[in-house]
Design a protein around this ligand. Sequence first.
Ligand SMILES: *[C@@H]1O[C@H](CO)[C@@H](O)[C@H](O)[C@H]1NC(C)=O
Ligand SMILES: *[C@@H]1O[C@H](CO)[C@@H](O)[C@H](O)[C@H]1NC(C)=O
Length: 553
Amino acid sequence: MAGMLATAAWHCFLAMGALHGYRVIASSIPAKPHIIAIIIDDWGWNNFSYHSRKNANRAEVKTPNLEKLANRGVVLDRHYVACICTPSRSAFQTGRTPLHVTVDNGDLAKYNPDDPISGFVGIPVPMTGIAEKLRTAGYRTHFAGKWHAGGSSRGQIPKARGYSRSLAYLASGNNQWTYADGQAMCSKGVSLIDLWEDDGPAVNYKPPKRCTSTTQNGCEYEDSLFEARVSQTIQFHDQDQPLFLVWATHAVHSPLAPVNDLMDEFSFITDNPNRQKYNAAVKDIDMRVGRLVQTLQDTGMWSNTLIVVVADNGGPTSRDGGASNYPLRGGKYGTLEGGIRGNAFVSGGFLPRAMRGKVLSGLVAIEDWYTTFCALAGVDPTDTKAASFGLPPVDGLDMWQYISGANDTSPRTEVVSGIQRNAGIAAPQVVIDQQGYKLMVGKVKSADWSEQIGPTATTPVTSKLSVLDCGSADMTYPYPNACLFNIFADPGERTNIAAQSPEIVARLALRLQALALTAFSPDRGRTPADKNTAPACINSRTNLAGYVGPFLA
Ligand SMILES: *[C@@H]1O[C@H](CO)[C@@H](O)[C@H](O)[C@H]1NC(C)=O
Ligand SMILES: *[C@@H]1O[C@H](CO)[C@@H](O)[C@H](O)[C@H]1NC(C)=O
C-alpha cells in the first residue's frame, strides 16, 4: 500500500514540478526506489518460457519464476544489447553505446603502457559508472556476479566504479565449482582463481581442493554463492536508504556445470548433452530469482523496488552452446536479431499498477538504464569527469516516462551495434531506424536460424556456424553489398531487401558512415606472446595469492 501511494505521489510530484515549477518541499519527496538489476548471461530468446510457451520446446523450458515476474511487469520486446559480453556490460555500467566504450571482449593480460586511461580491455578509468552516480544520490551500492567490464587496472574494478560492496569474478567463464579462471591472465599450465571481493582477492571463499564439477558434495556452486550474497544484502539493508544492487549471474554461460540433481531432471534430453546442461542451468537460476522475489516480499521492500532483468546478449546456438533464439535468426557473436535483441523486462512494486502486464515494443538499448536510473534517483547523468579526459559522452536515454506509461513513445529512434573490425578497430556494423529498417555491413557471424527444439547432435559447432555476407570485412563507406532487413515486418530476418530499396540503403549507409567517425577505439595493447611471463600473470601469482586481479595502478 505504502508503495502504491509513494508511486502515485512520485508521478504527481513530477507532473506538478514540470507544469508549475513548484518549489519542492523536502518532506513531500517520496523515497527513491530500490533498484535491482539482474543480468543473465547468454540467455536465449526461446529459453524464456514467456517466449516459448507456445513452442515445441516448452517441456524443456522451466522458467516459471521469471515468467511470473515478467507477467506482473512490463516486457521490453525490443531491448537491444551487444552480441557479446564486455560491450553489453560496459554499456550498462557507463551509459555509452558499446561503440563509445568498447566493442570487444579482449584479454585482461593485454595493455598499452602508453595509455593508463584507456589502454586495456573494458571501461576506461575516468568514465563515471552508474553506481558512482547513484551513490551521490544516497544509494547503497552492491554488485554480485560476473563483472567482465575491465580488470587490468585498479581503476576498473567494481569498487572503483562506485560499488561499496562487491563479490565478483572479473573475467568470463570461470568454473562454477572451483572458480578457476578461463585463462584471463595466464595461459595453459597456470590456473588462477577468479573471484574478487571489494578491493582484494576473495580468499575467504576459496573452494576446498577436492571440489570439481563432478565432486559437488560440500562445495558451493558459484551462482549459489552470489545468490547468498544478494539475499544477505537485501536482508541486512537499512531501508531508510535506497538500494542499488546488480546481480550478474554466471548462468547460463559456459562452462555449464549444473547441480547434479537438476541434470537428472532433464535426463530425457538425450540428443545433446549441452542442451541438457543449459536447461538445468536455466531452471537453476530461475529458482534463485524466485527466492529473491520472496526475500523482497518478506523484508517489505517489494513495494518500493524496481527490478530490471536483461540478457547480456543472445543465446549461443551452436551444438556446444546449448541455446535457441527461435524464431529469431542468429545468436551470440553476431549482430542478427538473435544476437542483439535480448530478453528483457521490468517488474517490482514500484512499477505503476496500470503498466503491469504490458508489452512495450519501442526501441530500448542497454545503455539507457544508466540515464533511466539517474532520472529515478534525481541525478544528472552528464559525465563531466570523462569529458575532461576527452572521452565520449553518455548516450543512454531516460526510459522512465515510457516504461511508467507517462508517454507511450520511446525516446529512442535508433539502435547502433558495433563490432571489432580488423586490427582491433571499433566500427558500427548495424544501424536500425524507427521504421525497423536494419542495415548490416561486413561479415555477420552466427547467421543460422535456431530450431524450436535445438541445438541437437547435428547442429554445427561454434566455428562452423554460417556467416552472412553483407560486404567487405573492411566495412567502409559506401558499403557495397550491404544487407537490409525490416525487422518489424520480418523479425526472423529472412528477406534481404537491399536490392529493392536503394534509397533506404543509401540513407542508412550515410548514417553508418557518420557513426563510424564517432567510434571510440583506443590502442588497448596486444596479448603478450607468453602470457605466463607477462606482468598480469606474474602479479597474480606473486601479489594476489593466485587470483585474477588488476596489475596496473
Ligand atoms: C532452449 O531452447 C531450445 C530450443 O527451443 C530448447 O530445446 C531448450 O530446451 C531450451 N532450454 C531452456 C532451458 O529453455
Ligand atoms: C513523448 O515522448 C516523445 C519521444 O521522446 C517526445 O517526442 C514527446 O514530446 C513526448 N510527449 C510528451 C507529452 O512529453
